[in-house]
Design a protein around this ligand. Sequence first.
Ligand code: ADP
Ligand code: ASP
Ligand code: MG
Length: 401
Amino acid sequence: MKFGGTSVASVQRMRAVADRLIARRTAGDEVVAVVSAMGKVTDELLALAHQITPHPSMRELDMLLATGEQSSIALLAMAVQAAGIPAISFTGSQVGIVTDSVYSKAKILQLDAARVMDALAQHNIVIVAGFQGRTADGQITTLGRGGSDTTAVALAAGVGADVCEIYTDVDGVYTADPRIVPRARKIRRVSYEEMLEMAASGADVLSMRSVEFARNYGVTIHCRSSFTDQPGTIVKEADSLMEDAIVSAVTSDTSEAKITIRGVPDHPGVAARVFSTLAGANVNVDMIIQNISEDGQTDISFTAPETDLHRAGGALEAVISGIGARTWTIDDNIAKISLVGAGMKTHPGITARMFKVLAAAGVNIDLISTSPIRLSCIIAQPQVEVAVRALHTEFGLDASA
Ligand code: ADP
Ligand code: ASP
Ligand code: MG
């Protein structure tokens, strides 16, 4: 049972979470809980660090951010114990969550469930800090924003749980972010494949890595509200009960920026050098577009998370004169909007419909990328809400009023 920041934002909510854990335990289940930092604590810690220095050391930043979750687990364990039920809290490091050494977006390499199993055997409700782990040589790492979901799914796989319940401030996965589209509808069941594309394209109700993990280890996720008992959304292998909609969801992501390199000599090996330098600096490149070359020169644009911009800049400075390119520029006022749907595989014409709707809404398209079940466009950030709502309506996703 994983609880996000909003769900543990106050003492009162912490107690409500403790009550849920106890109720489940009383019903006869063994319970492992994963919690996030309270409320906006992670953002506050980040802001503090940036008041000290614009580019804090990545190691120290992870050391700092991991404290948010560490506070939550101790408080939640106290709340459970105060109700007379045994509970014990553990950090990621204590339960053997071993990651690679990429600070701020570390990947889980290994997890040793023995300590959790022992604590369960001693009748505890086990409470584990989300979002954190340690490297093989003992450095504290964090798993990237939203990473508590990943901790939860990894632990669910590790202990062989029946289900990984992700409790949050919405009552499931919707056809669009309900904050943007008030008429979005709850999706009852969704496949790993579609959920993965949704998470990757901005539906941060579940972190992308958590869905990847769930798919790889066959963990069923139940994403639901921490404020009600209504059933939420089940994420699992595709089956015949799932809707075969052409478009299942519209997503958006405003966390990326577009970088354009101008005057790039158009000969073999240049793109390889640019993108291997970026990869070496741990920049997650998303969409890439290269223009038709004129006079042996071309422009290359790509998108990457804004949080990677500083590293991307450093990498580009190092490579740009070496390849003989002219300049590079950044545009962080962009958004990515996407249509996701397994039915798109077999339905041509969706692209044209998407472009028509965007044109009618006066939205200009900058970059485009596709996968068999996703269609994404980069547009100007101020138009993102208009675009998402127009697409949601066009593809028949609006709830009836
Ligand atoms: P938590 O702190 O519990 O992890 P998050 O803020 O990470 O919560 O995720 C929940 C939020 O995700 C919701 O409040 C909602 O606004 C947003 N969201 C974005 N896309 C979707 C979607 N398709 N369905 C449901 N929620 C979504
Ligand atoms: N506290 C971390 C964050 O805000 C991890 C999480 O909540 O999943 O991103
Ligand atoms: Mg989250």
